[in-house]
Design a protein around this ligand. Structure first.
Ligand code: PHE
Length: 450
């Protein structure tokens, strides 16, 4: 397939696509709720540290390997390996990455489907179709199935368009819309009574309560998920970057955008919760903890929109459109990981690969929908708590130990001639060899031991 490989048309094209991958439900939902239940700015601070010190170096490992190999994760890891054994480990790691990306998409697609349903619900109510509205917002297999399938179809249609006409085109359209909706919603919510209390909770660090090891574990996990690490999505996006670009600065831009949007989203979600409380909605659970996770998104916030009358319809609709867009630009990057493999290694056309792979993933989603209690949480845990950090570790090992250091430098120097004298080259190799692997192992050990 060489020669017909896609490439992002410009620096901006890559930045929009990769930040589209990074900015997802993890930023707009995961980060704010984690911050809310982990001591506000104490979590924010730890998250910033983890993102810059561990996630950014790991992101760079993926981008550099990807751009060098110009291939999917399996081929790429084999290519940077020196001998038969490491090539074999490369294949295994690559496959594990592709499978993990597919499984993440399998549950992500279900959740994203709920976002579409919740965006449609206020419109149904407005035209008086109350039955439809309650079907859309009620938890049921049919609803879960229908909207998961709609979302998967959208994802595979975009991916079947290829790098420029699919990924880049749609990320460039959707990311600005996402930013506009986000900023607009923040601007509005901050004017409402109660919002400032939320801002305080969010921005004032409660170090005494929350500065502990578990906080670090959560912050690292959140940073890895949010930067889409370990599963080959950043690697494949890296493989579509032109050799002319300075890859270290691109990676920095993605990290900054990802963190920036997460922090901004916190300025929406946490104040919105306190506005909800002001309007009489319960925001603490029986144990006195701030309600988080799905109850926050699908119960507390809709209850808030309900108290706002006509404005609430518009706000609720915009909020769930925002969530849908965030999910879509991330899910296309998840699908690209396995699709690029099937396309490049098995020679199936991009179109056929997209529909084949997304079809298989949709079947897994169907299994999850029908065995929701047993599978949903399990798949999330397996992929995001275990597989992602371990795969991130493997990618650091490939970039730091297995791949030849001179070749790594050569790759960075393409597009960044002074790389050897840069701060980046003085720090990053040490990080990727020692700091990242040890830190990930520590965190992972802590998770496994409970
Ligand atoms: N980064 C995405 C988010 O924050 C999730 C993601 C994980 C995307 C893994 C691609 C790969 O929602």
């Amino acid at each position: 397939m060489a020669g017909t490989r896609g490439e992002f048309s410009s620096r901006l094209g890559f930045i929009l696509a990769a930040s589209g991958s990074a900015v997802g439900l993890g930023n707009i939902w995961g980060f704010p709720t984690q911050a809310a239940s982990n001591g506000g700015a104490a979590f924010l601070l730890m998250y910033l540290l983890m993102a810059f010190m561990l996630a950014y170096p790991a992101l760079m490992a993926e981008l550099i390997i990807g751009r060098h190999a110009k291939a999917n994760i399996v081929t790429a890891l084999r290519q940077v390996s020196g001998n038969g054994l490491t090539r074999f480990i490369g294949s295994l790691t690559g496959f594990a990455g592709i499978i993990t990306a597919s499984l993440i998409l399998a549950f992500y697609g279900i959740v994203a489907g709920w976002m579409i349903a919740f965006a449609a619900a206020p419109m149904a109510s407005t035209i008086g179709a109350e039955g439809v509205a309650s079907w859309l917002t009620g938890f049921g297999n049919e609803r879960n199935l229908v909207f998961m399938l709609i979302f998967m179809l959208m994802t595979s249609l975009i991916i079947s368009g290829g790098v420029r006409n699919g990924i880049e085109k749609w990320s460039s359209r959707l990311m600005p819309v996402l930013l506009i909706i986000l900023v607009g919603l923040i601007g509005y919510v901050l004017t409402l009574p109660g919002a400032m209390e939320g801002v305080k909770v969010y921005l004032l660090p409660d170090f005494g309560r929350s500065f502990n090891f578990q906080l670090i574990v959560n912050a690292l996990g959140q940073a890895f998920f949010s930067l889409s690490l370990g599963v080959g999505t950043m690697l494949i996006y890296g493989s579509y970057i032109s050799k002319k670009e300075n890859i270290a600065s691109l990676g920095r831009a993605i990290t900054l955008i990802d963190i920036g949007i997460a922090v901004l989203a916190g300025m929406l979600i946490i104040p919105a919760m306190y506005v909800a409380q002001h309007n009489g909605v319960e925001i603490f659970d029986a144990g006195g903890k701030l309600i988080a996770e799905d109850t926050l998104i699908f119960t507390v916030l809709p209850a808030l929109f309900d108290t706002m009358g006509g404005t609430g319809v518009v706000i609720g609709f915009s909020f769930f459109v925002l969530m849908t867009i965030a999910a879509l630009t991330s899910s296309i990057s998840m699908l690209e990981a396995p699709v690029s493999y099937v396309n490049e290694v098995h020679g199936l056309s991009r179109r056929a690969s997209s529909f084949l792979v997304s079809g298989i993933i949709a079947v897994i989603s169907v299994l999850i929908v029908f065995n929701f209690g047993d599978l949903f949480g399990l798949v999330i845990n397996l992929t995001t708590r275990y597989a992602q950090p371990l795969l991130g570790l493997m990618l650091c090992l490939f970039a730091g130990w297995i791949w030849h250091r001179n070749q790594v430098l050569e790759e960075i120097k393409a597009g960044f001639e002074q790389a050897e004298q840069s701060l980046f080259w003085r720090i990053w190799p040490v990080y990727i060899r020692y700091v990242c692997p040890l830190a990930i192992l520590t965190v992972f050990g802590q998770k496994v031991l409970g």
